[in-house]
Design a protein around this ligand. Structure first.
Ligand code: GTP
Ligand code: MG
Length: 351
């Protein structure tokens, strides 16, 4: 899973990136031509702590999501870079983390920068749609061999264009199954799941009226102060709770952002447990047992026989594997079983 951190120049993307991954952000200014910088953020999960205490494993591995710090795509930067390869990299991401600036000259209107960013993202899609429409029209005019398909695609593209022209995302347009297939390669930015971050000034962290204004337009937005989050990230875990409480921060950025990402992308976590390793894995909502097994190792998917499954909640309530078995909470499931968030799996396989 790749999440692209985007925003207008100076919105605080790299600060946020560093706060959640511990890695210094992209130094890519407008002229650097630097690729987006990748780093992972661990998925904090209190259930994992409980599993660690129960199994005392030699190895303990949290799940992680990959974030990419994009510089030089939007605003004045775009003209300078030409934007081509960066935009292509952006289209390959699974979701956008949109960072809007609400400090300094943007403090009075915390939505202004985010609104501008939304427009910029929309314009990138409009650009793409326009170019495709031109090509399709030219091809049809010449007397295309694929007339019927191209007419269908043109119709779909024109509807996408109309929506974008009204300031609406491509995700708001409904396409038929055939159309969706024809458009599948276009990876519209306004069709991707988005996680919104408003980067507010430190002095606004406890300002409920101010935060309410942000919530009214972006109900799921994470409002945070990026430099403060960088500071929190460098503190010893033991010093964190007192510090964040004093500042009025509900929870460090990583946890809030990860949860928003899980929600937005419809992700789930499952676990594998044992004395050797306790490990968390990320899957998409709806993924079945064989797909989930494939995350662990391709052999497990290839040679899949059955999954032994029980739920974290049952283990937590009953206190041990022995009790889970005694109370018949461990079941065998086939390849089509839809894995639930918090399931603990053991894959039986043979290759
Ligand atoms: N006062 C204040 N300054 C901030 C905040 N967030 C970031 N900054 C500062 O703003 C500047 C830009 O922050 P970055 O994190 O580098 O922003 P960016 O979006 O990565 O910028 P580019 O990559 O150049 O587009 C830095 O000097 C930060 O210290 C904030 O919440 N408040
Ligand atoms: Mg940056």
């Amino acid at each position: 899973m790749k999440l692209a951190i985007v925003g207008l120049p100076g919105a605080g993307k790299s600060s946020l990136f560093q706060a959640i991954t511990g890695v210094e952000g992209s130094r890519g200014g407008p002229h650097s031509g630097e690729n987006p910088k990748p780093a992972v953020c661990k998925v904090p999960d209190p259930r994992m702590e409980v599993l660690r205490d129960l199994f005392k494993p030699k190895k303990f591995t949290l799940a992680s999501l990959e974030f990419l710090d994009f510089a030089g795509v939007f605003g004045g930067d775009r003209a300078a870079t030409g934007g081509g390869p960066l935009v292509a990299a952006l289209r390959a991401a699974d979701a956008l983390v949109r960072v809007g600036r609400a400090f300094g000259e943007f403090e009075d209107d915390p939505l202004r920068d985010m609104d501008a960013l939304e427009t910029e993202i929309l314009l990138l899609d409009l650009d793409q749609v326009d170019r495709r429409i031109e090509r399709l029209e030219a091809s049809l005019k010449k007397g295309s061999k694929n007339k019927e398909t191209e007419e269908k695609e043109l119709g779909a593209m024109q509807r996408a264009k109309a929506a974008l022209g009204e300031g609406k995302p491509v995700s708001s347009v409904s396409f038929s199954e055939t159309e969706s297939k024809l458009l599948a390669n276009f990876a519209f930015l306004t069709k991707k799941p988005a996680i919104d971050v408003i980067n507010i000034a430190e002095g606004r962290l406890k300002d409920e009226t101010y935060l309410g204004k942000i919530k009214a337009k972006y109900p799921d937005a994470v409002a945070l102060c990026a430099p403060i989050e960088m500071e929190i990230a460098t503190l010893d875990a033991a010093d964190r709770p007192a510090f964040i409480e004093e500042l009025g921060i509900p929870e460090p950025a990583a946890g809030r952002l990860i949860r928003a990402s899980y929600r937005s992308l419809g992700l789930r976590s499952f676990f594998t447990v044992g004395e050797d390793e306790v490990k968390a894995w990320t899957i998409r909502g709806g993924d079945d047992a064989v797909t989930s097994a494939g995350k662990i190792h391709t052999d497990l998917a290839r040679g899949f026989i059955r999954a032994e499954v029980f739920h974290y909640d049952d283990l937590k309530a009953l206190g041990s594997m022995k009790e889970v078995k005694a109370k018949n909470k461990l079941r065998l499931e086939g390849r089509d079983y839809e894995v639930k968030d918090g399931d603990i799996l053991n894959i039986r396989f043979s290759v």
